[in-house]
Design a protein around this ligand. Structure first.
Ligand code: NCD
Ligand code: ZN
Length: 316
Protein backbone atom coordinates (compact mmCIF):
# COMPACT_ATOMS: atom_id res chain seq x y z
CA UNK A 1 0.00 0.00 0.00
CA UNK A 2 1.59 3.25 -1.07
CA UNK A 3 -1.20 5.38 0.29
CA UNK A 4 -3.31 4.91 3.41
CA UNK A 5 -5.95 7.00 5.12
CA UNK A 6 -6.78 6.83 8.82
CA UNK A 7 -8.82 8.92 11.25
CA UNK A 8 -6.79 11.94 12.29
CA UNK A 9 -4.41 10.90 15.10
CA UNK A 10 -4.07 12.41 18.57
CA UNK A 11 -0.79 12.94 20.36
CA UNK A 12 -1.44 12.41 24.06
CA UNK A 13 1.94 13.74 25.22
CA UNK A 14 3.82 16.55 23.53
CA UNK A 15 5.98 19.52 24.52
CA UNK A 16 5.09 22.64 22.56
CA UNK A 17 7.18 25.06 24.65
CA UNK A 18 6.43 28.76 24.10
CA UNK A 19 7.27 31.82 22.03
CA UNK A 20 9.61 31.45 19.06
CA UNK A 21 10.37 27.79 19.83
CA UNK A 22 6.65 27.00 19.81
CA UNK A 23 6.22 28.73 16.48
CA UNK A 24 9.08 26.67 15.08
CA UNK A 25 7.93 23.26 16.35
CA UNK A 26 4.13 23.46 16.41
CA UNK A 27 3.67 23.03 12.61
CA UNK A 28 5.35 19.62 12.87
CA UNK A 29 2.48 18.47 15.08
CA UNK A 30 -0.26 20.34 13.18
CA UNK A 31 0.67 18.50 10.03
CA UNK A 32 -0.35 15.09 11.41
CA UNK A 33 -2.49 15.46 14.52
CA UNK A 34 -6.03 16.71 15.18
CA UNK A 35 -5.48 17.15 18.92
CA UNK A 36 -2.55 16.99 21.29
CA UNK A 37 -2.13 17.02 25.05
CA UNK A 38 0.22 19.92 25.75
CA UNK A 39 2.61 19.16 28.59
CA UNK A 40 2.67 21.78 31.34
CA UNK A 41 6.39 21.82 32.27
CA UNK A 42 7.03 25.32 30.94
CA UNK A 43 9.87 27.55 32.12
CA UNK A 44 10.10 29.84 33.97
CA UNK A 45 6.47 29.29 34.93
CA UNK A 46 4.76 25.91 34.51
CA UNK A 47 1.04 25.52 33.83
CA UNK A 48 -0.24 25.12 37.38
CA UNK A 49 -3.86 26.23 37.37
CA UNK A 50 -6.90 27.24 35.32
CA UNK A 51 -5.55 30.66 34.51
CA UNK A 52 -2.21 29.31 33.27
CA UNK A 53 -3.98 26.62 31.22
CA UNK A 54 -6.32 29.12 29.56
CA UNK A 55 -3.45 31.42 28.73
CA UNK A 56 -1.34 28.58 27.33
CA UNK A 57 -4.27 27.20 25.32
CA UNK A 58 -4.73 30.68 23.85
CA UNK A 59 -1.05 30.82 22.87
CA UNK A 60 -1.19 27.43 21.17
CA UNK A 61 -4.47 28.17 19.40
CA UNK A 62 -3.15 31.50 18.13
CA UNK A 63 0.06 29.91 16.83
CA UNK A 64 -1.93 27.08 15.20
CA UNK A 65 -4.20 29.59 13.49
CA UNK A 66 -1.23 31.58 12.28
CA UNK A 67 0.24 28.37 10.89
CA UNK A 68 -2.97 27.70 8.93
CA UNK A 69 -4.59 25.13 11.25
CA UNK A 70 -7.52 26.88 12.97
CA UNK A 71 -9.20 23.52 13.65
CA UNK A 72 -6.37 22.11 15.74
CA UNK A 73 -7.51 21.40 19.29
CA UNK A 74 -4.96 21.69 22.08
CA UNK A 75 -5.81 19.46 25.04
CA UNK A 76 -4.70 20.94 28.32
CA UNK A 77 -2.96 19.55 31.39
CA UNK A 78 -1.90 21.27 34.57
CA UNK A 79 1.11 20.25 36.59
CA UNK A 80 0.24 18.86 40.00
CA UNK A 81 2.49 20.09 42.82
CA UNK A 82 2.47 19.71 46.59
CA UNK A 83 0.47 22.94 46.64
CA UNK A 84 -2.35 22.00 44.23
CA UNK A 85 -5.69 22.26 46.04
CA UNK A 86 -8.77 20.07 45.44
CA UNK A 87 -10.86 23.10 44.51
CA UNK A 88 -8.17 24.11 41.96
CA UNK A 89 -8.65 20.71 40.33
CA UNK A 90 -12.43 21.11 40.10
CA UNK A 91 -12.09 24.60 38.72
CA UNK A 92 -9.58 23.45 36.09
CA UNK A 93 -11.73 20.51 35.08
CA UNK A 94 -14.71 22.81 34.57
CA UNK A 95 -12.53 25.00 32.35
CA UNK A 96 -11.74 22.02 30.13
CA UNK A 97 -8.40 20.82 31.56
CA UNK A 98 -8.40 17.05 31.05
CA UNK A 99 -5.31 15.91 32.96
CA UNK A 100 -3.01 16.74 35.83
CA UNK A 101 0.59 15.73 35.35
CA UNK A 102 2.84 14.52 38.13
CA UNK A 103 6.60 14.82 37.84
CA UNK A 104 8.39 13.26 40.78
CA UNK A 105 10.85 15.91 41.91
CA UNK A 106 13.95 16.29 39.73
CA UNK A 107 13.46 13.27 37.42
CA UNK A 108 13.39 15.07 34.09
CA UNK A 109 13.66 18.40 32.26
CA UNK A 110 11.92 21.18 34.24
CA UNK A 111 10.77 19.00 37.13
CA UNK A 112 12.52 20.71 40.04
CA UNK A 113 9.10 21.77 41.40
CA UNK A 114 7.79 18.19 41.14
CA UNK A 115 5.88 16.22 43.75
CA UNK A 116 7.75 14.78 46.75
CA UNK A 117 5.16 12.19 47.70
CA UNK A 118 1.95 11.20 45.96
CA UNK A 119 0.56 10.04 49.27
CA UNK A 120 0.61 13.60 50.58
CA UNK A 121 -1.60 14.63 47.60
CA UNK A 122 -4.45 12.29 48.58
CA UNK A 123 -7.13 14.97 48.79
CA UNK A 124 -6.17 16.37 45.42
CA UNK A 125 -6.22 12.91 43.89
CA UNK A 126 -9.61 12.34 45.45
CA UNK A 127 -10.85 15.53 43.78
CA UNK A 128 -9.48 14.32 40.45
CA UNK A 129 -11.27 11.02 40.84
CA UNK A 130 -14.50 12.82 41.77
CA UNK A 131 -14.51 15.13 38.77
CA UNK A 132 -13.06 12.69 36.24
CA UNK A 133 -9.69 14.36 35.61
CA UNK A 134 -6.98 11.99 34.37
CA UNK A 135 -3.78 11.54 36.40
CA UNK A 136 -0.82 11.60 34.06
CA UNK A 137 2.37 10.15 35.57
CA UNK A 138 6.01 10.57 34.76
CA UNK A 139 6.78 7.15 36.22
CA UNK A 140 10.32 7.32 37.52
CA UNK A 141 11.48 7.15 41.13
CA UNK A 142 13.97 9.88 41.96
CA UNK A 143 17.31 8.98 43.53
CA UNK A 144 17.40 5.45 42.09
CA UNK A 145 19.97 4.18 39.55
CA UNK A 146 18.78 5.60 36.23
CA UNK A 147 17.95 2.31 34.48
CA UNK A 148 15.89 1.14 37.48
CA UNK A 149 13.88 4.31 38.04
CA UNK A 150 10.81 3.26 36.09
CA UNK A 151 10.68 -0.24 37.51
CA UNK A 152 11.06 1.09 41.05
CA UNK A 153 8.23 3.55 40.51
CA UNK A 154 5.66 0.92 39.56
CA UNK A 155 4.80 -0.04 43.16
CA UNK A 156 3.04 3.28 43.70
CA UNK A 157 0.46 2.27 41.09
CA UNK A 158 -0.87 -0.43 43.41
CA UNK A 159 -1.45 2.16 46.11
CA UNK A 160 -3.08 4.53 43.63
CA UNK A 161 -5.42 1.90 42.22
CA UNK A 162 -6.38 0.64 45.66
CA UNK A 163 -6.95 4.11 47.10
CA UNK A 164 -8.67 5.62 44.05
CA UNK A 165 -10.35 2.77 42.18
CA UNK A 166 -12.09 4.96 39.62
CA UNK A 167 -9.28 7.49 39.05
CA UNK A 168 -8.07 7.18 35.45
CA UNK A 169 -4.28 6.99 35.34
CA UNK A 170 -1.90 7.19 32.39
CA UNK A 171 1.66 6.01 32.89
CA UNK A 172 3.49 8.19 30.39
CA UNK A 173 6.17 7.14 27.90
CA UNK A 174 6.80 3.68 29.31
CA UNK A 175 10.15 2.07 28.52
CA UNK A 176 10.32 -1.26 30.30
CA UNK A 177 9.08 -4.79 30.08
CA UNK A 178 7.97 -4.45 33.72
CA UNK A 179 5.83 -1.37 32.99
CA UNK A 180 4.08 -3.13 30.10
CA UNK A 181 3.30 -6.11 32.34
CA UNK A 182 2.14 -3.88 35.18
CA UNK A 183 -0.26 -1.88 33.02
CA UNK A 184 -1.72 -5.06 31.53
CA UNK A 185 -2.32 -6.51 34.97
CA UNK A 186 -3.96 -3.45 36.50
CA UNK A 187 -7.66 -2.61 36.02
CA UNK A 188 -9.13 -0.76 33.03
CA UNK A 189 -8.61 2.58 34.76
CA UNK A 190 -4.86 2.34 34.06
CA UNK A 191 -3.35 2.90 30.61
CA UNK A 192 0.02 3.93 29.18
CA UNK A 193 1.40 6.08 26.41
CA UNK A 194 4.23 4.78 24.25
CA UNK A 195 6.49 7.02 22.18
CA UNK A 196 7.66 6.28 18.66
CA UNK A 197 11.32 6.66 19.57
CA UNK A 198 11.07 4.00 22.26
CA UNK A 199 9.86 1.55 19.60
CA UNK A 200 13.09 2.13 17.70
CA UNK A 201 15.85 2.98 20.19
CA UNK A 202 17.72 1.10 22.87
CA UNK A 203 20.40 2.45 25.20
CA UNK A 204 22.93 1.36 22.58
CA UNK A 205 21.63 4.10 20.28
CA UNK A 206 22.51 6.68 22.93
CA UNK A 207 25.76 5.51 24.51
CA UNK A 208 26.65 2.28 22.70
CA UNK A 209 28.94 4.02 20.23
CA UNK A 210 29.65 7.73 20.04
CA UNK A 211 27.42 9.67 22.41
CA UNK A 212 24.15 10.55 20.63
CA UNK A 213 22.56 13.38 22.60
CA UNK A 214 19.61 13.72 20.20
CA UNK A 215 18.46 10.22 21.20
CA UNK A 216 18.66 11.07 24.90
CA UNK A 217 15.35 11.43 26.74
CA UNK A 218 13.77 10.55 30.07
CA UNK A 219 12.94 7.81 30.74
CA UNK A 220 16.03 6.71 28.84
CA UNK A 221 15.61 3.95 26.22
CA UNK A 222 16.58 0.62 27.73
CA UNK A 223 17.34 -2.97 26.64
CA UNK A 224 16.39 -4.84 23.51
CA UNK A 225 14.04 -6.98 25.64
CA UNK A 226 12.28 -3.84 26.88
CA UNK A 227 11.89 -2.51 23.35
CA UNK A 228 10.46 -5.89 22.32
CA UNK A 229 7.88 -5.69 25.11
CA UNK A 230 6.84 -2.19 23.97
CA UNK A 231 6.59 -3.37 20.38
CA UNK A 232 4.42 -6.31 21.40
CA UNK A 233 2.17 -4.05 23.49
CA UNK A 234 1.64 -1.75 20.51
CA UNK A 235 1.16 -4.51 17.93
CA UNK A 236 -1.15 -6.53 20.15
CA UNK A 237 -3.82 -3.86 19.80
CA UNK A 238 -4.62 -3.68 23.52
CA UNK A 239 -6.59 -0.44 24.05
CA UNK A 240 -4.60 0.29 27.23
CA UNK A 241 -1.68 1.42 25.05
CA UNK A 242 -1.80 4.49 22.85
CA UNK A 243 0.38 7.10 21.23
CA UNK A 244 2.01 9.94 23.12
CA UNK A 245 5.08 11.03 21.19
CA UNK A 246 6.75 12.98 24.03
CA UNK A 247 8.21 15.07 21.24
CA UNK A 248 10.44 17.34 23.32
CA UNK A 249 12.46 19.91 21.38
CA UNK A 250 15.41 21.78 22.82
CA UNK A 251 17.72 24.32 21.18
CA UNK A 252 20.73 22.57 19.66
CA UNK A 253 23.18 24.13 22.11
CA UNK A 254 21.18 22.68 25.03
CA UNK A 255 21.43 19.18 23.53
CA UNK A 256 25.02 19.28 22.29
CA UNK A 257 26.81 20.32 25.45
CA UNK A 258 28.01 19.07 28.81
CA UNK A 259 24.89 18.18 30.85
CA UNK A 260 22.57 18.29 27.84
CA UNK A 261 18.79 18.34 28.21
CA UNK A 262 16.71 15.18 28.02
CA UNK A 263 14.14 15.19 25.24
CA UNK A 264 13.87 13.83 21.69
CA UNK A 265 12.18 15.99 19.05
CA UNK A 266 10.18 13.52 16.98
CA UNK A 267 7.08 15.42 15.84
CA UNK A 268 8.23 15.86 12.21
CA UNK A 269 8.76 12.11 11.71
CA UNK A 270 6.66 10.34 14.33
CA UNK A 271 3.69 9.39 12.12
CA UNK A 272 5.72 8.24 9.09
CA UNK A 273 7.98 6.18 11.36
CA UNK A 274 5.00 4.69 13.14
CA UNK A 275 3.40 3.77 9.80
CA UNK A 276 6.66 2.14 8.74
CA UNK A 277 6.78 0.24 12.03
CA UNK A 278 3.23 -1.08 11.60
CA UNK A 279 3.77 -1.99 7.98
CA UNK A 280 6.92 -3.93 8.81
CA UNK A 281 5.60 -5.72 11.88
CA UNK A 282 1.81 -5.83 12.01
CA UNK A 283 0.90 -8.07 9.08
CA UNK A 284 -1.73 -7.34 6.49
CA UNK A 285 -4.09 -5.44 8.82
CA UNK A 286 -1.42 -2.92 9.67
CA UNK A 287 -3.48 0.13 8.66
CA UNK A 288 -6.12 -0.80 11.23
CA UNK A 289 -3.49 -1.34 13.94
CA UNK A 290 -1.90 2.01 13.20
CA UNK A 291 -5.26 3.76 13.35
CA UNK A 292 -6.27 2.14 16.64
CA UNK A 293 -2.98 2.97 18.33
CA UNK A 294 -2.69 6.55 17.09
CA UNK A 295 -6.30 7.69 16.58
CA UNK A 296 -8.74 5.58 18.62
CA UNK A 297 -7.46 4.05 21.87
CA UNK A 298 -6.31 7.30 23.47
CA UNK A 299 -9.46 9.22 22.63
CA UNK A 300 -11.55 6.42 24.07
CA UNK A 301 -9.56 6.31 27.30
CA UNK A 302 -9.85 10.08 27.73
CA UNK A 303 -13.56 9.98 26.88
CA UNK A 304 -13.17 12.12 23.76
CA UNK A 305 -14.95 11.59 20.45
CA UNK A 306 -12.91 10.27 17.55
CA UNK A 307 -11.48 13.08 15.39
CA UNK A 308 -13.73 13.80 12.44
CA UNK A 309 -10.81 14.59 10.11
CA UNK A 310 -8.59 12.12 8.26
CA UNK A 311 -4.87 11.75 7.72
CA UNK A 312 -3.52 10.36 4.46
CA UNK A 313 0.02 9.02 4.42
CA UNK A 314 1.77 8.58 1.09
CA UNK A 315 4.94 6.57 0.66
CA UNK A 316 7.69 8.57 -0.97
C1 NCD B 1 10.79 16.26 28.46
C2 NCD B 1 11.10 17.74 28.20
O1 NCD B 1 12.10 18.02 27.55
O2 NCD B 1 10.31 18.60 28.62
N1 NCD B 1 12.00 15.51 28.32
C3 NCD B 1 12.12 14.18 28.11
O3 NCD B 1 13.23 13.68 28.14
N2 NCD B 1 11.09 13.42 27.85
C4 NCD B 1 10.18 16.08 29.81
C5 NCD B 1 9.54 14.73 30.02
O4 NCD B 1 8.47 14.45 29.48
O5 NCD B 1 10.10 13.91 30.76
ZN1 ZN C 1 7.34 14.57 28.07
Amino acid sequence: MDKITISKPDDFHVHFRQGELMKAVLPSTLKWFGRALAMPNLRPKPVLDTRDAKRYRGEITAAAKEAGHPDFEPLMAIQLTDKTKPRGIKHAQQAGVIAAKVYPIGVTTNSDNGVRSLKSCALTLQAMQDCGMVLSLHGEKPGVFCLDREREFLGVLDWLVESFPSLRIVLEHITTFQAVAKVINLPETVAATITVHHLFLTLDDIIGGGLSPHNFCKPVAKRESDREALRHAVLWGNPKFFLGTDSAPHPRDRKECASGCAGVFTAPVAMPLLAQFFEEHAGKNWRKGLEEFSSLHGAKFYGLPKNSGKLTLIRR
